[in-house]
Design a protein around this ligand. Structure first.
Ligand code: FPP
Length: 236
């Protein structure tokens, strides 16, 4: 367990990007316009993370519950993801961004799953920023899948620890988030990284995701720097 310390820059920032639909509705536009603008905010968040020397950025791009949305919206989001990957990958790679995908990518179909895998392979040795995209991701499902993998690997009940259990999660090898940001004023974790967020600081903002910019990212980091992280310990 870490000591009670204040680290000025979080190593890992996770974001629940929320409010695309409300942004579009407020402008009398279809929801897809909000998602499109949200994809632009993704680029700004990546730039901000790189500029602030954040090492890991995890974005909740599609939850396991999002499959319940109308087929047309699921198609729009899948199209945007594909388009984003194709149009941004070369630049992300050139900027030293490593891409990792967590979640049930195979639910998007074999072709996209393979494209995502190819992007992971291409960027595997990049060191500047690890961009983790949570796609068809649910925290509870991840924990159940991890338990199944541990059992399949022959781990005995009394051998299982918090440390080795983490190796069976999608996020094996990735440090836990230090800071969780959620936009749009909602104050929930919504089945995101349930295991990994145990000691994360949380920062909520009313800003809708499509409006999220570098200044908002900097505000979140400033607030984070003022907090004392205790990890359950007493203050030093
Ligand atoms: C939440 O807004 C956002 C999503 C369900 C999807 C997030 C997708 C993007 C930011 C765009 C594409 C992403 C990538 C990585 C290219 P909401 O639709 O729930 O908004 P609402 O709560 O206002 O209705």
């Amino acid at each position: 367990m870490a000591d009670a310390v204040s680290h000025s820059v979080p190593s890992h920032v996770a974001i629940i990007m929320d409010g695309n639909g409300r942004w579009a509705a407020a402008k009398g536009l279809p929801r897809v316009a909000g998602h499109r603008e949200g994809a632009k905010a993704v680029r700004r968040a990546i730039e901000a993370a790189v500029n602030h020397n954040v090492r890991y950025l995890t974005l909740f791009a599609f939850s396991s519950e999002n499959w319940q949305r109308p087929v047309s919206e699921v198609q729009d989001l899948t199209f945007l993801l594909k388009h984003y990957l194709r149009s941004e990958l070369a630049e992300l790679h050139a900027e030293g961004v490593q891409l990792k995908v967590i979640g049930e990518r195979e639910r998007f179909g074999e072709a996209l799953a393979q494209e995502l895998e190819a992007a992971e392979r291409l960027t595997a040795n990049n060191k500047r920023l690890t961009l983790v995209l949570a796609l068809s991701y649910g925290g509870r499902a991840e924990i159940v899948a991890a338990v199944r993998r541990a059992i399949a690997a022959g781990v005995k009940p009394d051998e299982l620890t918090e440390q080795n259990f983490a190796n069976f999660l999608f996020t094996a090898g990735i440090p836990e988030p230090d800071l969780l940001i959620r936009t749009s004023g909602e104050q929930r974790v919504s089945n995101f990284l349930l295991w990994q967020l145990a000691y994360a600081e949380i920062w909520f903002t009313k800003v809708l995701w499509p409006d999220f910019c570098g200044r908002d990212f900097a505000d979140a980091l400033e607030d984070y720097a003022s907090r004392e992280r205790r990890f359950g310990a007493r203050p030093v």
